[in-house]
Design a protein around this ligand. Structure first.
Ligand code: SF4
Ligand code: SF4
Length: 382
């Protein structure tokens, strides 16, 4: 007797996807052109046709925790060829955003990060934290926030001491790691349950050592953007994407080096421009600026692809980080103390924003995609 499947439709899920840019989902008539067109879809149980039907029926459990939606790099090849204008590329992007929202807790923060009206309040949070903590420390004789810093032979730490920066940024970074860890634990379990139910893997259990090895194998693929470049419409975006990715990696290395120099060896700045770590900082900062500008140009040029606040928030934040960081340094070198301190303060607000809100923003896709690619590698789904 044929197996029966009880459809448990979640109308709220369908409406939520429509609100995230998948409003043409229901136009799909299951011709499968998209699955054939997609250059990175697997031969067995290819996407995105099956995701289109599952999403339009409101089958949330078949979408959230479905690793396949993270294989897609939103090139738009399938949307261009879809005969019904159902925009499967945009629909998959909406499914990924919904997934990030579903795993990131608290949800109120996702709602705030996704709402342009809340942006001023979100940016004000780090400003208040820096000012309040700096003033409280002053009451105890710790002068890490100096409202009358030097204007000659100066550098940013004369205004906000590096230790104040670190005692605020490190817990914020740890908070972000904890939010990701809790979300990813559920995400991996759900991906495995989905893969077992859909016959995408023969592995019964997740072995952490094997999963870690799979992760190591996919990291070079991600760095080289191999899958990304498989989509013909993506090649132009690839350079910009790589510049932003390597810019962040470079700045992470720089921050770690200066953190160790300060806390372990008690060597603080300002560091000479001849310092190789400084070179890396400058190159990485420039990569963020140029990469984000190229991404913005690409988004404006691609009229057929949906661009929402969710997308603009990320590219805007990357550009703001790069510009304020570089301009603060340039104004210091030019001897413009007031401008340097102001830009540095704004820069720190953006850095805090990056750390605190990443699990709730589009940048989280870097973490979820990497995990999903590692899972697919582990599960044997190529
Ligand atoms: S999304 Fe478009 S191309 Fe894909 S199955 Fe539906 S109608 Fe066909
Ligand atoms: S947007 Fe590109 S990668 Fe994503 S499903 Fe369509 S063709 Fe495949």
């Amino acid at each position: 007797m044929a197996e029966t499947y009880v459809v448990d439709s979640d109308v709220g899920f369908i409406n939520a996807l429509a609100g995230l840019g998948a409003e043409d989902l229901k136009k799909c008539y299951q011709c499968a052109t998209c699955s054939v067109a997609c250059p990175i879809s697997p031969d067995t149980r290819p996407f995105p046709r099956k995701e289109m039907i599952a999403a339009s029926w409101g089958l949330k459990d078949k979408i959230v925790g479905n690793a396949d939606i993270w294989l897609c790099h939103n090139c738009g090849d399938c949307s261009t060829l879809c005969p019904r204008g159902a925009k499967p590329g945009d629909a998959l992007a909406a499914m990924r955003e919904y997934t990030i929202m579903d795993y990131a807790k608290p949800k109120a923060l996702y709602k705030a990060v996704s709402d342009p009206k809340k942006l001023p309040a979100l940016l004000a949070v780090p400003a208040v934290i820096f000012l309040v903590l700096g003033l409280v420390l002053k009451l105890f004789g710790v002068n890490w926030l100096n409202f009358a810093p030097g204007a000659e032979e100066f550098w940013q730490a004369d205004f906000i001491n590096n230790y104040l920066v670190d005692i605020i940024m490190v817990p914020t970074f740890m908070w972000s790691v904890a939010v990701f860890a809790l979300g990813l634990k559920r995400f991996v379990a759900d991906m495995h349950a989905n893969a077992l139910a859909e016959g995408k893997t023969s592995r019964e259990k997740i072995d952490p050592a094997g999963f870690f090895q799979a992760l190591l194998r996919v990291v070079p693929v991600i760095f080289k953007h191999e899958k990304f470049n498989d989509c013909s419409e993506n090649r132009e975006r690839s350079t910009a994407h790589m510049m932003v990715l390597f810019g962040f990696i470079g700045l992470f290395i720089v921050t770690t080096c200066f953190f160790i120099a300060d806390w372990v060896f008690h060597i603080d700045g300002p560091y000479t421009q001849l310092n190789p770590v400084k070179w890396l900082a400058n190159v990485s900062g420039l990569a963020l600026i140029i990469g984000s500008l190229l991404l913005i140009k690409n988004r404006y040029a691609k009229k057929d692809q949906l661009s929402r606040y969710w997308d603009w928030y990320l590219v805007g934040l990357v550009l703001a980080l790069g510009l304020t960081g570089m301009l603060s340094q340039m104004s210091r070198l030019a001897g413009l103390a007031g401008l340097c301190y102001t830009l540095y303060f704004i820069h720190l607000m953006f850095v805090w924003t990056l750390f605190a809100y990443t699990p709730f923003s589009k940048l989280a896709h870097l973490v979820y995609r990497t995990t999903a690619l590692a899972y697919n590698e582990y599960a044997g789904r190529q």
